[in-house]
Design a binder for this molecule. Sequence first.
Ligand SMILES: Cc1cc2nc3c(=O)[nH]c(=O)nc-3n(C[C@H](O)[C@H](O)[C@H](O)COP(=O)(O)OP(=O)(O)OC[C@H]3O[C@@H](n4cnc5c(N)ncnc54)[C@H](O)[C@@H]3O)c2cc1C
Length: 436
Amino acid sequence: MKSTPDLYSCLWQERSAAPSFASILPTRARCVVIGAGYTGLSTALELSARSGGGEEVVVLDAMNIGDGASGRNGGQVIPGLKLNPDELEQRFGQQKGAVLADLVGGAATHVFNLIQRLGIECGARQDGWIQAAHHEAALDGLLDRAIQWQSRGADVQMLDAAQTTRLLGTPIYRGALLDRRAGQLQPYEYVHGLAAAARQRGVRIFEQCAALQLRRNESGWTVSTATGEIRAQQVVIATNAYSSPLLPALPHTYVTLWSLQAATAPLSSELLEQVLPGGLPVSDTFRVLRYFRRTTDGRFVLGTRGAFRDALNINDMARVRSEMLDIYPMLEGVPITHCWCGRVAVPAASIPMLSQPEPGLTVALGYYGRGVAMATRMGALVADLVNGLPAHESPYPVTPFKAMPAAPLHRNVARVAANVMRFQDLFERRVRGVKR
Ligand SMILES: Cc1cc2nc3c(=O)[nH]c(=O)nc-3n(C[C@H](O)[C@H](O)[C@H](O)COP(=O)(O)OP(=O)(O)OC[C@H]3O[C@@H](n4cnc5c(N)ncnc54)[C@H](O)[C@@H]3O)c2cc1C
């Protein structure tokens, strides 16, 4: 497989973005939302829909819309959280856990309905997602997950090894879970569609406008930026893995991981019949998992855990290429045209954090690699709180805002853990013959 070394850019972001929305920064707002990704924009949309107009909602982003994870992810729209529904009921109690499972299980459908309602063109397809098992124990885990969702009425089924091979075009997996609630989209077009819809409803979005400081005052909050200050009754922090220490503990409420992706040139019709012929997006069950899909123009895109940095080099490209070839050796010789990465926030509690550190201040972040559906769904939950819903009445757990104990050490621990997991995966592939 050949690669072009100067193409460290995100495939999705090649689509032209709408011109910047900035005008003169207002001095007052009802709510300032910090972060223009799925969380921030869906919150702004919800707030504007409920008030009949978004004039009083301002969104700030330090970069441009879609420069964070929302414009650079894999576009796999997956319902649920990393925890299974039974685990949610064990942790939060039968009643609250069941409500939560229902909410997160419906998150992908929420996204597809929203896209349809707003008329967002982003190649959205709700026809399934496959989680492929790399060995028997992983398959047992998927079966358990499938049974749990089926008992709650979800359209989830198991595929045997032959069915998996037929849909994926590779014989390396032992079977899979097929979740028909899920699907795929072009992430950058989606985040820009949300921004355009929010703007149409009167929300004012300011790019290249970082919130630099937050101060509480007698009637709410003052948000300082390089171009002025805004006073607001409410502030929402939706900065996910790109958080700065706006609140000292903020960057220490999660662990940052990097996810790395690469896209090939459009495949020939012969290769399209062999590489992911079913056309559904896939994640596998390796500890350092691989997720992959095809694009509407016939490219193959694969992602996996990245190095602990934003800047990429030839080793990153080589790593993702070797993962591609591990699954689809027939891609040998197909050029990689794009390679990029982004930051993922792993929350301390294994589920995304929704928190209210102080009156009038709401924080929502930490979706692991499952934010397309859940970050969008979070918008309505945040808007409820901003509009005065008491935290204990939220269907989603509103948890204390605190830094993880020994937070600075977590990055080092995560690095070591990532290496150990990669070694375990290699061991399983080679010694136990998991692969081929
Ligand atoms: C490479 C990659 C692949 C992924 N693949 C998938 C996938 O296939 N499926 C899935 O469900 N999830 C996936 N995810 C996760 C998903 O993309 C995220 O969970 C989701 O986009 C988070 O959205 P967000 O709005 O919370 O954060 P982001 O989209 O990261 O937005 C945060 C924004 O906050 C801004 N910001 C930060 N600080 C400030 C400040 N002080 N002032 C103003 N603005 C600020 C940033 O500029 C950024 O734009 C992936 C993530 C990555 C990185």
